[in-house]
Ligand binder design. Structure first.
Ligand code: GDP
Length: 196
């Protein structure tokens, strides 16, 4: 798949603000600072489509981008930023769960996890929701350039085990810095969008 066109379609807090019209969607989720904006910009070839955070965790909206006039990429709000007020972080769960359970066209959720760390409690929570709602999951292990090649397999194993991934749930090491893993991720997206 080649992304030729990417346009902001909606910025929403509640379902009333989600874009209308049944187009399949692929949602991206992960904790603040995991590298989600950098990866979305790389995937879409747009330098400033999603804002790379100077102040992590400020954006509490769901951003919908229309891709190739064919599907949407959905940027879910980042979570787990310690310095954020409780009142703001509490809203995260409602906002994300409401989105996950109400979107019929949701073809895939890409969960981003920093390749250096064990997934957090909120990553596991997200994974539980996906299982509960029967949603398809791929994991992108971000910032793969930050660890030695020899350490990759062990870290992927830790992520796989902590999230309890099944055999068919893919985990793809990516680096926005080195521009690696993009092809594999686009393939996973394409196969999720293909009619089954
Ligand atoms: P977001 O909060 O998840 O949207 O994360 P950002 O895309 O804003 O990135 C957070 C920080 O990690 C920024 O300082 C980025 O430059 C850095 N970063 C993002 N992706 C990579 C990567 O693949 N490799 C390295 N080394 N740094 C990255």
């Amino acid at each position: 798949m080649v992304i030729k066109k990417a346009e902001l379609a909606a910025v929403a807090v509640r379902p009333g603000g989600y874009p209308k019209g049944d187009m399949p969607e692929i949602a991206f989720a992960g904790r603040s600072n995991v590298g989600k904006s950098s990866l979305l910009n790389l995937l879409t070839g747009r330098k400033r489509l999603a804002k790379v955070s100077g102040s992590p965790g400020k954006t509490r909206t769901i951003n919908f981008y229309c891709i190739n006039d064919a599907f949407r990429i959905v940027d879910l709000p980042g979570y787990g930023y310690a310095k954020l007020a409780r009142s703001v972080t509490e809203g995260w769960g409602d906002m994300v769960e409401t989105y996950l359970k109400s979107r019929e066209g949701l073809a895939l959720v890409v969960l981003l996890a920093d390749i250096r760390h064990k997934p957090s409690a909120q990553d596991v929570q997200l994974r539980e929701w996906l299982r509960y709602y029967g949603l398809r999951l791929s994991v992108a292990a971000t910032k793969a350039d930050k660890i030695a090649r020899g350490a990759v397999a062990a870290q992927l194993g830790l992520i796989r085990e902590t999230l309890g991934l099944s055999e068919e749930e893919r985990i793809i090491p990516v680096s926005a810095l080195k521009r690696t893993g993009v092809e594999e991720l686009l393939e996973a997206m394409e196969s999720a969008l293909a009619p089954r």
